[in-house]
Every structure is written in structure tokens, then in C-alpha cells.
Design a protein around this ligand. Structure first.
Ligand code: MFK
Ligand code: FAD
Length: 525
């Protein structure tokens, strides 16, 4: 109780303290939104969120969610199988908070037009590092809502499916915590997660048009969700098909799902990731039979953007903690931030963080345009039309996911070191870089590993006009401004393009594939 005690570093409002975020908001939102006043204006909402995510109560929920890990109550007292999944009270509170704040719902409400995604993902970005990764089910919820939105736009959808999908969509996009659903996304099986072609789950059509699905799913995050979208094979098609299935029946019992076990993981401790056995799970076919990968790609592309935003949000929180510490910690009798060596380390990280933020926000902005159409008034940086947006987004989505995830893991290790020994500890959640670091390590793995995404980047380049679109866009936006380094970037892109073309046209497939990762990182830089 005597002697020196370090003053506690404190996090302030996570919008007000994030100067680069504020600058991006000014760039990516038009003045009528970024300068709007009133309690409902985007900046007021961000500031409100920035205050809420550092409230002690929220950190108590995170702590409770992390310490009281999910578990399954296998059997009732007299041995009858029960299979009840329990999650922590804090985990549930974090979910309620997300619904109330509209972390996903904002993207499906009629307020911000083509800028919906920028507004929504900014709220998500502020919330994510204080969520104990509740953002995982939220990402899949968003992606499922988008799948249904597209299905409901299809005029030839049957009346039954229309009613079932509309009901699910309404629940996924509800701000009412008592009504709001989350969704799972089941692709990975024992035979493979990157390559799903050997999946063993089967689906048989019934006389009422629904399917009975049976098999084994190796990874299911968000097993506490109300529904899932999954892949399974029908007897009449070589390709996999995509299905929607509720997790529970109307009487509250499982819809043919048995939790085999919960996974014991390095991080994401609050998240109930399970291995599942399916036996006659009732589901509905989404889209055409045999084209399941194509339909579930709609999901993948949304969750991959979530992954990118999650990455930069973790990085930013790590930096915020490191900076807060540097303000109060002294070495050689002066504050750490005044030490040139320490400061230059922080500054270098800040620059790298900003580059990753730019990549991410650009992708988020394009996603909004792709879904809602281009704004009538065009800023100079915007692509020329919807076609260019779609082509650029197709390649930026995997590229930005792989780059930001990888960079974030390294950056959080650096942030930890900035706190010295304390950085390595399980601190109070306000300062707990250890949790962020553990959780960040999953970001390069799920939603496509770095290798798989680099193959996807090259696939998008060689299959379509994405690289030409990116190169044209760089030319229009930056050549005009005479920006030397960006002109160079365009040159590099062109040189890379010729490499890719060569690989695609002349070199053997294996040789081309062995370069995918280097090429993709090169393009991002
Ligand atoms: C908090 C953070 C937020 C994130 C939380 C998420 C929680 C975790 C959830 C998961 O991890 S879910 C599982 C994620 N799994 C993956 O990401 C799988 C990784 N593997 C791939 O992405 C493979 O590339 C893929 C499985 C898609 C390859 O499958 P195939 O059967 O070899 O597909 P193929 O033949 O390449 O493509 C089939 C069609 O889909 C083609 O279209 P066409 O039929 O018209 O030719 C492809 O062009 C199209 N396609 C594939 N990937 C696409 C795509 N279209 C658009 N976008 C894509 N990304
Ligand atoms: P593999 O595909 O066997 O990959 C092993 C290695 O091979 C990797 O390094 C990979 O990069 C490399 N590799 C594979 N293919 C290629 C290639 N073509 N070229 C070069 N290298 C290649 N999945 C779901 O479906 N739903 C979920 O909810 C879900 N939640 C998850 C939660 C957690 C916490 C974790 C850790 C995983 C979750 N997953 C989920 C699974 C995740 O998506 C897969 O683990 C991931 O896609 C990789 O698949 P795999 O594990 O089968 O590895």
C-alpha cells in the first residue's frame, strides 16, 4: 500500500479521440450528413457510441462474457438429452446493446441512402472492440439480411418462401432486442473449410418443397443464433446448394441440430463456436440448386468487409490504449510519449493504421454504392458508375480483408509491447490488449485464410475486368491531381497486371498460384 503506484491510463470518448476516423467521416460522408446537427445526426450518433463503449458497465459485460464461457447442459437430471446452450449474461447484454444501437439495422433503414454503409460501419467500428466479439454473429446477421433482401427482390419467389424470408428478414433487421435475430453461416466441414467441394452434408426434398438436411458441420460460430444459412448437397446436383434453416422449431426444441461439442479456443472466448450434427433439419433452398457457393458468396463478401472493419477497430483500440499509457507512464523522469524512440514507434504504427483505415473505408463506401446506387452528386474520388463500383468491390473485398487482418495481428503485438509487462497481462477490460490480441488471431483464418483470399483476388482479376477498372480509376482520380507517388502506384499496378496476365495465360497453374500472395500484398501496397 506504500510506494509508487502507476496512475491509471484512461480511455476517453472513442469517437472524439479518434482523429483519423473524424477525418475519414468528413471525406466519405457528404457535407449534409457530416456537418448535420441534432441528436439524430451521424456525428452525434458516433459521439454517443464513443461514450457508451467506454462505460464501466459495458466493460463489466465484456468481462462477464469472457469469464463465463458458454457451455452446454447435455442431460436433464434423469438422463434425458437436453442440449441446452448457455451463454453469459454479459454476452446477452452486448447483443441487446447492438440491437438498440442499430449496429446492423442502420444498413437496412431508409435514412442515409448510398452512405448507409459508412454510417453503419462507423458505429460498428466504435462498438467492436468493446463487444467481446459479439460482432461475429452481427456480421453473419448482416450478411443473411442481405441474402434475403436480394431474394425478396426476385418476383418469381414462391409465396411460401416470400413469407418465410420476409419474416426472417424482419427479425434480423429489428432494433427490438426481444425480437431481433442473429444468424449463423455454416460452410466448413471436416473435409475442408477453404475447399468445400468434398462437403458431406446432404439435403433431400420433401413433398411440401422444403428439405431435410443431415450431416456434420465442423465449425459453427454463433450457435445461439435463431437461424442459419448453410451449404448441403442434393442428390440431383453435383454442386452444393444453399439453404436457410431456423435453429429451433416452433415448440422451442432444436430443428434437427445436436451440439457435439463446443470448441476450446485461443480467443473469442464468449462466442459459442460449436461442432454440430444435423439430422433432418428442416430447411428452404435459396436460389438455384447446385449454385450454393455463388449464393453464399453474397454472405461471404459482406462478412469479409465486417472482418476488415473489425481488424482496424481492434488495431485502433490497441493504439488508443498504448497512447493512453504513454501519457501517464514515465521513464527517465518524463512521460513516455516524450521519449523520441517510443513516440516514433507509435507514430509509425499510426501511419500504417491510417493506410489500413483508408483501404477499409474506401471498400465500405463502395459497398454502400453497390447496394444503393451511386449518389447523384459525385465527389472526385468516386468511381464513374455502378459497373466500375462492382468490379472494384469484387477485388477489394478479399484484398482488404487479407491485408488488414494480417497487419492487425502484428500491430496488436506491438501495442502490447508498448505497455511493457503490463501489456501481457489480463488487465481490466478497458486496458486489455491481451483479449484483443487473442481475438485478432482469428481474423486472418476465418472468412477465408490469407492464401485463399489471395487466390480469390487473382481469380477476380483474371475472370473479369476488375484490374482494368482499378487501374482506370487510379488514373482518373490521381493522375489529374498530379500525385507522384500515386502515379507510381498505378505503374506498379499495371506491371502487376501484366505479371498476372502472364501467369494466367502462359505459366503453369501451380507456378501462378505460388505467387498469388506476394502479388496480392504488392497490389495493396
Ligand atoms: C468479427 C468479424 C466478422 C466475421 C465473422 C465471421 C464468423 C466466421 C464465419 C466463417 O468463417 S464462415 C466460413 C467462411 N468460409 C470461407 O470463407 C471459405 C473460404 N473459401 C473460399 O472462399 C473459396 O474460394 C470457395 C469456397 C468460395 C471456393 O468454392 P468453389 O466451390 O471452389 O467455388 P468456385 O468454383 O471457385 O466458384 C463458384 C462460383 O462462386 C463461381 O461463380 P460462377 O459459377 O458464376 O462461375 C465463382 O466466381 C463464385 N464466387 C466464389 N467466390 C466468390 C464468388 N463470387 C463472388 N464473390 C466471391 N467471393
Ligand atoms: P484448411 O482449408 O484445411 O486450410 C489449411 C491451410 O491450407 C491454411 O493455411 C490455408 O491457407 C491453406 N490452404 C487451403 N487452401 C489453399 C489453397 N487453395 N491455396 C493455398 N493454400 C491453401 N466456418 C463456418 O463455416 N462457420 C462458422 O461459423 C465458423 N466459425 C469459426 C470460428 C472460429 C473461431 C474458427 C477458428 C473458425 C471458424 N470457421 C467457421 C471455420 C473457418 O472458416 C475455417 O477454419 C477456415 O475457412 C479454414 O478452413 P480449414 O480450417 O478447413 O483449413
Amino acid at each position: 500500500t506504500e510506494g509508487f503506484f502507476q496512475e491509471q491510463p484512461r480511455l476517453g470518448n472513442q469517437y472524439d479521440e479518434d482523429l483519423y476516423l473524424q477525418r475519414l467521416i468528413q471525406g466519405y460522408l457528404p457535407a449534409e450528413l457530416s456537418q448535420a446537427s441534432g441528436a439524430d445526426a451521424p456525428v452525434a450518433l458516433f459521439r454517443d457510441m464513443g461514450a457508451k463503449v467506454v462505460e464501466p458497465e459495458v466493460f463489466r459485460w465484456v468481462d462477464d462474457a469472457e469469464k463465463n464461457k458458454p457451455y452446454v447442459e447435455e442431460l436433464a437430471t434423469f438422463g434425458k438429452p437436453k442440449g441446452v446452450l448457455h451463454t453469459a449474461a454479459g454476452w446477452k447484454e452486448l447483443g441487446r446493446m447492438a440491437a438498440r444501437e442499430g449496429i446492423i439495422q442502420t444498413a437496412y433503414e431508409d435514412k442515409y441512402g448510398p452512405y448507409k454503409r459508412v454510417v453503419q460501419f462507423t458505429k460498428y467500428y466504435i462498438y467492436c472492440p468493446s463487444s467481446a466479439i459479439y460482432t461475429c454473429p452481427l456480421a453473419m446477421t448482416d450478411a443473411a439480411a442481405r441474402v434475403f433482401e436480394l431474394q425478396l427482390n426476385n418476383s418469381s419467389l414462391s409465396a411460401t418462401k416470400r413469407s418465410v424470408y420476409q419474416d426472417a428478414y424482419n427479425n434480423l433487421t429489428s432494433r427490438d432486442p426481444a425480437k431481433c435475430w442473429t444468424s449463423g453461416q455454416w460452410m466448413t466441414e471436416r473435409a475442408g473449410g477453404s475447399d468445400v467441394r468434398n462437403s458431406e452434408t446432404t439435403a433431400f426434398q420433401q413433398s411440401d418443397g422444403t428439405y431435410l438436411i443431415s450431416g456434420h458441420k465442423w465449425f459453427s460460430s454463433a450457435t445461439d443464433s435463431q437461424m442459419t444459412i448453410l451449404l448441403a448437397r442434393t442428390p440431383t446436383s453435383a454442386g452444393l446448394s444453399c439453404f436457410f434453416a431456423p435453429l429451433k422449431l416452433e415448440n422451442g426444441s432444436w430443428n434437427g441440430v445436436r451440439i457435439v461439442r463446443l470448441k476450446d479456443k485461443l480467443g473469442t472466448r464468449a462466442l459459442p463456436t460449436a461442432e454440430l450434427e444435423l439430422k433432418d433439419m428442416k430447411g428452404y433452398l435459396i436460389g438455384e440448386e447446385g449454385k450454393g457457393v455463388k449464393y453464399i458468396s453474397t454472405m461471404l463478401n459482406i462478412t469479409r468487409v465486417h472482418n476488415s472493419v473489425s481488424s482496424v477497430s481492434f488495431w485502433r483500440r490497441g493504439l488508443a490504449i498504448a497512447k493512453a499509457f504513454a501519457k501517464v507512464r514515465k521513464t527517465q523522469n518524463k512521460e513516455l510519449w516524450k521519449n523520441p524512440l517510443h513516440l516514433s514507434g507509435l507514430a509509425k504504427m499510426e501511419v500504417q493504421f491510417r493506410a489500413n483505415m483508408q483501404l477499409t473505408y474506401f471498400t465500405v463506401a463502395l459497398l454502400g454504392f453497390d447496394e444503393q446506387g451511386m449518389p447523384e452528386k459525385r465527389a472526385a474520388w468516386m468511381p464513374k458508375d455502378g459497373k466500375e463500383v462492382a468490379l472494384m468491390l469484387r477485388v477489394l473485398t478479399p484484398l482488404v480483408k487479407m491485408v488488414t487482418a494480417k497487419a492487425t495481428v502484428a500491430a496488436l503485438a506491438e501495442c502490447m509491447e508498448c505497455l511493457g509487462g503490463v501489456g501481457y497481462l489480463e488487465n481490466e477490460q478497458e486496458l486489455n490488449i491481451a483479449r484483443l490480441y487473442r481475438d485478432a488471431n482469428v481474423l486472418p483464418i476465418w472468412e477465408g485464410t490469407t492464401n485463399v483470399l489471395s487466390v480469390d483476388v487473382i481469380r477476380a482479376f483474371t475472370k473479369g475486368d476488375s484490374l482494368a477498372a482499378l487501374s482506370d480509376w487510379l488514373g482518373r482520380v490521381f493522375d489529374r491531381q498530379g500525385h507522384v507517388s500515386l502515379k507510381e502506384a498505378r505503374g506498379v499496378l499495371r506491371a502487376t497486371w501484366s505479371d498476372i496476365k502472364q501467369f494466367a495465360e502462359k505459366a503453369s497453374t501451380d507456378e501462378a498460384l505460388s505467387k498469388c500472395r506476394d502479388l496480392s500484398f504488392g497490389i495493396a501496397f
